[in-house]
Write a protein that binds this ligand. Structure first.
Ligand code: MLT
Ligand code: ZN
Length: 476
């Protein structure tokens, strides 16, 4: 049946009268009928919060109208893209209205002269990448879920992906946003230009705000020329720490790979079983780095690859594998991109999105494993080592609910305290959402949290937008 938190005092419950009003104002064909439970989950753990109503609008004006009505009646609104989030940002924890943006999925304009694309929030990220690639252009941010996640969700969470190490995250590509405010007004946050020094940057404020300040109804994204060549190699290491230490050595060579990913042995084992791929991992190998180089000059890339080989050979324990064909590259990438699904298929799990300054990775990994022993949890670590961003997947396995919700939570808090002590924070690309807000105090100071709350109040004075996310409640 799902769960629901106690409705915060500033919000009203949804009744039939309100549903009738919404249908009358927006048109009943824009409402989902029947079982609403698919809109009560995302890809975070096994959580389910069934909403009262699901609206699937087609136009920015409808989104604005919906927010205006919900604002007036003090009803919560949880915006939703494809539901691939990993921090519970799209979970309607107070019930209320789910605003499903998947129907607003058009690519409106590809401006090849200015290298920009204008999209609706429900566009699938990979569809945007494919459409602009037809014009020789590149939209680099590529979360592993890029084949199913939406750009609206990517903007809401400041999503990253393997190519962030060279090209940056979603944030670095958002030029301008059309946003529906809680008041029902539709605004553009800035201008579709490459430089912006005109007061506070509302565009960047929206990125990563998790639908708590407004709802993105259109986005203008920056594009770059498509690189023409890639090289991909898989390097085996005898320990997690040595793989992490090798990361800094790559950058010391003066090379910026287009991806530098880490997978501990268990991650590769789980994913090869999940994909029915018969991969033999020698006992001596405990971790891998997947390193990609891209550019337009293949000779230069080969030279860079040779430098990396020479520099890291002393650390590796078996042969370095260089993908020989595009097909081999794809197979290696599939292994990396499917790790999260493989872990999910193996056990209920909590995914922590730790990020530290890159050189602190070996300490982070060491600490995570140490704390796992102390608090009794098993973790599978993988992720974007080049960014210092490691996904720590904690498996429920045989743990009972009491352990899972008790000692494991404390273990995670201990992990985040270590992360903070290393100069890092609790999320690099998945957001705070519902499941991480309980740890905000461990990494963000009181003054900073009050400033964030102040911003929230300016944009959403009645606290209707995605309540109980980022902060435990609007009234906190
Ligand atoms: C990834 O790096 O694979 C993504 O962040 C998705 C995930 O961790 O599930
Ligand atoms: Zn990731």
């Amino acid at each position: 049946m799902g769960q629901r938190v106690d409705l915060p005092k500033h919000l009203n419950p949804v009744d039939q009268e309100f549903i009738n009003l919404l249908k009358h104002e927006l048109g009943s064909s824009f409402f989902v009928e029947g079982d609403l439970s698919p809109f009560g989950r995302d890809e975070t753990e096994d959580l389910l919060f069934v909403p009262d109503v699901v609206v699937r609008p087609q136009h920015p004006e409808q989104v604005a109208q919906l927010l205006k009505l919900c604002h007036h009646h003090r009803i919560s609104v949880t915006p939703r893209g494809a539901g691939t989030g990993l921090s519970g940002g799209a979970l309607p924890v107070t019930g209320g209205v789910v605003l499903d943006l998947s129907r607003m999925n058009r690519i409106l304009n590809i401006d090849t002269d200015n290298m920009q694309v204008t999209v609706e929030p429900g566009c699938i990220t990979e569809e945007i990448q494919k459409a602009v690639a037809n014009h020789g252009l590149y939209y680099p941010p590529d979360p592993s879920s890029r084949g199913s996640c939406t750009i609206g969700g990517n903007i809401a969470h400041g999503a990253g992906g393997p190519h962030a190490v060279k090209y940056g995250t979603t944030r670095d590509y958002v030029l301008n946003l059309q946003v529906a405010l809680a008041s029902g007004e539709l605004i553009w946050t800035g201008a579709s230009v490459l430089k912006y020094a005109t007061g506070y940057n509302l565009t960047q404020l929206m990125v990563g705000s998790e639908g708590s300040l407004g709802v993105v109804t259109r986005a203008v994204l920056r594009l770059i020329p498509q690189p023409t060549h890639t090289l991909l190699m898989l390097l085996p290491f005898p320990s997690l720490e040595s793989a992490c230490a090798a990361v800094t050595e790559v950058f010391r060579l003066g090379i910026t790979p287009s991806a530098l990913e880490f997978m501990e042995r268990d991650a590769l084992e789980l994913v090869s079983a999940y994909l029915n791929r018969d991969i033999h991992i020698p006992d001596v190998v405990q971790a891998h780095l997947l390193i990609e180089l891209d550019g337009s000059n293949i000779d230069l890339l080969q030279q860079e690859a040779a430098h990396i080989f020479d520099a890291l050979q002393h650390r590796t324990v078996t042969e370095i594998l260089l993908a020989q064909t595009a097909g081999e590259q794809q197979q290696l990438w599939q292994l990396r991109r499917q790790v999260a699904h493989a872990v999910r298929a193996a056990s209920v799990y909590k995914e922590e999105d730790t990020v530290v300054p890159r050189a602190a990775l070996p300490q982070l990994i060491g600490k995570v494993k140490e704390l796992g022993n102390e608090f009794g949890f098993k973790s599978v670590c993988y992720g974007h080592a080049g960014d210092g961003n490691v996904h720590v997947n904690i498996l429920k396995g045989d743990l009972n609910d009491e352990q899972w919700n008790g000692v494991v939570q404390e273990g995670i808090r201990a992990v985040f305290r270590e992360v903070a002590a290393l100069g890092g924070t609790l999320s690099g690309e998945h957001g705070v959402g519902w499941v991480q807000q309980t740890y905000m105090r461990d990494v963000v100071g009181e003054t900073q949290r009050q400033l964030m709350r102040g911003i929230k109040t300016v944009f959403d004075p009645r606290g209707i937008l995605n309540p109980c996310k980022i902060f435990s409640s609007h009234a906190e």
